[in-house]
Design a protein. Structure first.
Length: 376
């Protein structure tokens, strides 16, 4: 199907910028960020490319239409007027889910029911069917209603993009893969410097750093909903995968993850194996309070316990204090990025951050504290 499409990529709050940059690097046009999502224009072949390559987006949604609706009649008629038959075949399954914020239509189950009936009415009319079988490929309808503005979309991804497929088992309070990748990208890591995570847990940050260093598309080892859509040429998925593999780098990288828990380290090694980067990342049982490196420059990107879910607050503060002392012993060319929700992090770490960036780890509001040239 030729013609220009619009994609909407939801993100964790604070990651709209990195996700927009990724879309621009993929060559997509008219990229613009909104709260919690990024929009862009696209051709059909960009659906596979975005799904395979995006590191910081949560999923790739295909925009079907937008309109204003302050009552159920407007919601129904606006939906029925959209060209659903362009994307959903006569046997397509089209469940509906979504959310409503600050709108007169605030009852989500009622909105789901109205929109489902409207899509069915449109498809039934176009295909000449009283009852739609819904036995074919999944065409998940998503809706967003904000300030009475309705956006209707189809989910091309399926399970979220953070589900890379390598993390079969995790440890307590795991970091989402998309957030881990964003932290590495925000540190400007591109594979040249030593990269370390002294609180590596199940290894997500070092593994995402290794995928970045190798320029390996994070979606190569999984499948997507839109692969079963008949209107989207299956050859486009093969082309996108071949293009992604051709762009991979072959090199030697210094990526290290450490944790005091031997079980976590064993899990991290297993996850790196599944991700295909076991030869790129080194994991070790190590205490962050004793962290040291002799190289003149490098990057630390880490997500220590916050004192909310894993350790008590005082224990976390002691950990930050000891880690801060260890970091101050590094050569001056090292840069440090630490994600924490602890309100007293800078005080206990021992130095105000050079830069703070608000991010969300799940529903938990955090700051990414960045220290430039580390001073002794």
């Amino acid at each position: 199907m030729a013609g220009e499409l619009e994609l909407i990529v939801p993100t964790l709050f604070g990651l709209e910028g990195p996700c927009g940059n990724e879309l621009r690097r993929l060559g997509l046009s008219e990229v613009r960020g909104e709260n919690g999502r990024v929009r862009c224009k696209a051709e059909p072949g960009d659906i596979p490319r975005a799904n395979l390559n995006l590191r910081t987006g949560e999923r790739v949604l295909l925009a079907v239409g937008e309109y204003e609706a302050a009552d159920f009649d407007a919601l129904f008629e606006g939906c029925r007027a959209l060209p659903w038959e362009r994307f959903i075949p006569r046997d397509g399954a089209f469940p509906v889910k979504g959310h409503s914020l600050n709108s007169q239509l605030h009852a989500v189950p009622a909105c789901q029911s109205i929109l489902k009936k409207a899509v069915a009415a449109r498809l039934g009319e176009k295909y000449g069917l009283q009852t739609l079988p819904e036995t074919g490929a999944l065409c998940q309808v998503q809706f967003s209603i904000m300030h009475d503005h309705v956006t209707l979309m189809l989910d091309t991804t399926g399970p979220g993009l953070h589900k890379r497929g390598y993390r079969a088992v995790g440890v307590a309070a795991p970091l989402r893969e998309t957030l881990a990748a964003a932290m590495a990208l925000l540190s400007r890591y591109r594979g040249k410097d030593p990269f370390c995570d002294p609180f590596c847990g199940s290894g997500t940050i070092p593994i995402e750093a290794a995928l970045i260093a190798k320029n390996r598309a994070p979606g190569l080892d999984r499948s997507f909903s839109a692969q079963k859509w008949r209107w989207l040429d299956s050859g486009l998925w093969l082309e996108a995968a071949e293009e992604a593999v051709d762009r991979e780098y072959r090199g030697t990288y210094d990526i290290w993850g450490g944790d005091v828990d031997p079980k976590a380290v064993a899990i991290a090694r297993s996850n790196a194996e599944k991700a295909g980067v076991a030869d790129t990342v080194c994991f070790a049982v190590a205490d962050a309070a004793a962290f040291h490196r002799r190289e003149p420059h490098g990057r630390i990107v880490t997500n220590p316990p916050y004192g909310e879910r894993i350790l008590e607050k005082k224990e976390a503060e002691g950990l930050y204090r000891a880690f801060g002392q260890a970091v101050r012993g590094l050569p001056e060319g090292w840069e440090v990025s630490v994600l924490s929700s602890h309100t007293e992090f800078e005080r206990t770490f021992g130095r105000p951050a050079d830069k703070r960036r608000k991010l969300y780890n799940g529903m938990l509001k955090c700051d990414l504290f960045t220290y430039g040239m580390v001073k002794k």
